[in-house]
Design a protein around this ligand. Sequence first.
Ligand code: ADP
Length: 219
Amino acid sequence: MAKEVVIIKLTKRQDEILQIVKQNGPITGREIAEKLSLTRAALRPDLAILTMSGNLDARPRVGYFFNEKYQVKRQVERFLLQKVNDYKAVPIVVGKSTSVYDAIVQLYLEDVGTLYAVDTNGHLAGVISRKDLLRASLGNRDLHELPISVIMTRMPNIITITPEETLLDAAKKLIHNHIDSLPVVKDVDGPPYTYLLVGRITKTTITRAYLEVMEEKSV
Ligand code: ADP
C-alpha cells in the first residue's frame, strides 16, 4: 500500500522563521528571536515544530539550518496530491460517425494528440489516438468514407479518471497503461460504462502542473 503523505500547514510566524533561516542560516535561536522581536521562550514551540517536521535542521552550538531537501519533497508531495479537477483540460470531441479524414484534420486544427468520440447524449464512446489514425491511413481505404467508430478504442476498454482523483492517480494510469491521455468522466445514470465526458488529462498536463508547483516560491 502507498505510504500516506502528510503535509503540515505552517503558520505565518513559522513561515517567517523559515525565511529568516533560509537567508541567514546557520543562525541561533536567540538571533532568530531578536529578528522577530520575540523572547526565545515564545519562539521555542515554533522551532520545535519546524525541526520535528523536517523543515529545519538543528545542530548543537551551531544553530538552525534550512533543509533544502525537505522543501523539495514537500513540493513534490503537494504536486502529487492535487486534484484532477483543478488541472483538467478541455476535451476535443467528435461524433462517432465522423470520418477518419475529418478526424485527422481536427487533430491538426486543435493541435492535440487524442480525440474523444461521444454519442448523441455526449457520453464517452471512444478514444482515437494519433497512431490509430496513422494505422487506418496505411490501407487503401477511402478515409472520407471510413467512420472513426470502426477504428477507435471503445468501452469497456477505455481507461478513465474522475475529477476527484489526484494527479498521482492520473500519472499511474497513464504510465501503467502506456497511454498519452485520460478522459475525465463523471458517472451518470444509465447502462454500465455510461460516462459524461468533462475533461482530459495528458502527459503534458502532468508536466505543466509539476512545473507550476516546483516554480512556486517554497517559503
Ligand atoms: P499514440 O497511439 O499516438 O501513441 P496513445 O499511446 O495514447 O497514443 O494510444 C495508444 C493506444 O491506446 C491507441 O490505440 C489508443 O486508442 C489507446 N488509448 C489511448 N488512450 C486510451 C485510454 N484512455 N483508454 C484506453 N485506450 C486508450
